[in-house]
Design a protein around this ligand. Structure first.
Ligand SMILES: NC(=O)c1ccc[n+]([C@@H]2O[C@H](COP(=O)([O-])OP(=O)(O)OC[C@H]3O[C@@H](n4cnc5c(N)ncnc54)[C@H](O)[C@@H]3O)[C@@H](O)[C@H]2O)c1
Ligand SMILES: O=C(O)CC[C@@H](O)C(=O)O
Length: 528
């Protein structure tokens, strides 16, 4: 069945065409993002949800989204998606980090000019027939200092454009390296210095606990008298009430805001104040940017739904379309090794160690580890997948350790998963043969060679003559057909294991009978 995608915001129709061309069924309902009840009612029918900022992907929506595998944000900020809730439900969340950066940077520059020359007020006055030539005395931007708070993708484009305007640019960004600052031609400074020196301040950080109210009343008080402030990033970076006071007192000469604490902003402390210019979150609203982000999100979502390739996910490592086919058999191997260990582990897991030897060490091991952990946890917690597994493990205090060793041993690639509980430590290793099928090659240090089959029986016993005959007769007498039989032992007379593929499920009473055979230590049914 073709995957189904719902577009619940006003994305460019270019996205619809991409989905259709890729063979994905697409439902374009651009007004649905505003109707959360209707969205909750129908979301269960879709594998993918493509959004802009109007759709709020809340835990309630996710709880109804039984089929949902991916949320694609045609834009940068994913603050309208509950990422922990999506991750916990195994839903990939991806964005398009660059498609609207230039457009948004241009909006910030436009806002700066609009402030410097009071263009909106001059326009309104002129069109009202007033011709107030002496009322609007602007300021020149050349040689002024622009303070950029957050010098990432958009902040650095703004800086570049401002340098082109012959402004001086100072930037505050704890993650901006001195080399990058030098490259951009900006001066990296601390926040207080930026506040003291900037004639115009522009914000370009995400909204986080650290950046909320980065321009607080206290910070605004440290700015130069007559400063102008531009916010085209996120509402909440500036204390709106404090800014309103500073505008009224004349300390701040102007503020141009595209984003607000509450959106849609129908009322706001800044509205109606002198020197204030507002736009309704238009930063990304150009034909070019909307086409870029719509095409990109549709491509990314299609790649994931059809090929398992992941790009720009905020809750999972990227997997390119080239990597996906190489990873696929190892994802299956890791998941099955995890499942093997999970089905045999009855007590609390403390640590999971995963070692990647040989060629597999060069692959995206984060995806493999997540798959192994998903397989490990699934016997105990049904609702876990490769996306949610690491966070679920973390919540349960399970430590996950990964080791890579590029040198190959007996196998070109070997994955070993070791589970440590309070009482024991159990390891299982596997590889992928040339036919692409995963196999178990070692259990607790005992060599075996078995494929994973839908129904299996795992038996550990003391290595004594007669066991195999008695065991096979017991299964035969119960009408259970043995499909494959793998045996291994650590040494003659020591511990032995049998991994047997049977046709059909093994009834519980047969497991009990196997358990009672002489020399048997443990008998467990396994399903893969
Ligand atoms: N108005 C719009 O329509 C619109 C459009 C696109 C993006 N945005 C918003 O613009 C913002 C920036 O987007 P971007 O693509 O440049 O993001 P980015 O991740 O490339 O850059 C953000 C920068 O902020 C810096 N930063 C993080 N914490 C900081 C802190 N405490 N102090 C100072 N700097 C800090 C980071 O180091 C990074 O360099 C985002 O919030 C995004 O959602 C708004
Ligand atoms: O979709 C939009 O119009 C806004 C996008 C913008 O806020 C973003 O973070 O990319």
């Amino acid at each position: 069945m073709a995957p189904r995608v719902l577009i619940s915001d006003a994305l460019s129709p270019a996205a619809v065409q991409i989905f259709k061309d890729r063979g994905i069924e697409v439902d374009f309902q651009p007004a649905l993002g505003k109707d959360k009840d209707k969205l909750a009612e129908i979301i269960g029918d879709y594998d993918g949800l493509a959004i802009r900022s109007a759709t709020k992907v809340t835990p309630k929506i996710l709880a109804n989204a039984a089929r949902l595998k991916v949320v694609g944000r045609a834009g940068i900020g994913v603050d309208n998606v509950d990422i922990p809730a999506a991750t916990a439900r195994g839903v990939i969340v991806m964005n398009t980090p660059f498609g609207n950066s230039i457009t948004t940077a241009e909006h910030a520059i436009a806002m700066m000019f609009a402030l410097a020359r009071e263009i909106p007020a001059a326009d309104a006055s002129t069109q009202a027939g007033k011709w107030e030539k002496n009322r609007f005395m602007g300021v020149e931007l050349t040689a002024k200092t622009l303070g950029v708070i957050g010098c990432g993708n958009i902040g650095s484009i703004v800086a570049d454009r401002a340098l082109g305007l012959k402004m001086k640019v100072v930037a505050y960004d704890p993650f901006l390296s001195p080399e990058r600052a030098l490259d951009l031609g900006v001066e990296k400074v601390e926040l207080d210095e930026l506040l003291a020196r900037a004639d115009v301040i522009t914000l370009h950080t995400p909204l986080t606990d650290k950046t909320r109210n980065v321009l607080s009343a206290e910070a605004i008080a440290k700015t130069k008298k007559g400063v102008r402030i531009v916010n085209c990033a996120r509402g909440g970076l500036v204390d709106e009430a404090a800014l309103a006071e500073a505008l009224k007192s004349g300390h701040v000469a102007g503020a141009a805001f595209d984003v607000f604490v509450t959106e849609p902003a129908t009322e706001n402390p800044l509205f109606g104040l002198p020197g204030v210019i507002c736009t309704p979150h238009l930063g990304a609203s150009t034909t070019e940017a909307q086409e870029n982000v719509a095409l990109q999100v549709a491509e990314q979502m299609s790649d994931y739904l059809l090929r398992g390739a992941i790009s720009n996910a905020v809750n999972f490592p990227s997997i390119t379309a080239e990597e996906a086919p190489k990873l696929k058999p190892f994802i299956e191997l890791a998941e099955k090794l995890g499942s093997f260990a999970g089905q045999l582990t009855e007590t609390d897991i403390k640590t999971v160690r995963i070692t990647y030897d040989g060629a597999v060490a060069g692959l995206k091991i984060k995806a493999l580890t997540s798959s192994a952990v998903a397989g490990l946890l699934r016997p105990a917690l049904q609702d876990v997948n490769v996306v949610s597994a690491p966070s679920i493990a973390r919540e349960r205090g399970i430590v996950i350790e990964e080791t890579t060793r590029e040198v190959a041993g007996d196998y070109e690639s070997l994955v070993t998963l070791t589970v440590v509980t309070e009482k024991m430590e159990r390891s299982v290793s596997g590889t992928v043969f040339a036919d692409g099928r995963p196999r178990i090659v070692d259990i607790k240090g005992i060599k075996v060679d078995a494929e994973f089959a839908p129904s299996m029986l795992y038996v550990t016993n003391e290595d004594r003559p007669g066991f195999v005959g008695r065991f096979a007769s017991l299964l035969g007498d119960a009408g259970l057909n043995i499909a494959t039989f793998a045996l291994g032992r650590d040494r003659q007379g020591g511990d032995a294991i049998a991994l047997v593929e049977v046709d059909g499920t093994v009834p519980a009473e047969i497991i009990d009978k196997v358990q009672q055979l002489p020399s048997v230590k443990q008998a467990k049914p396994l399903v893969f």
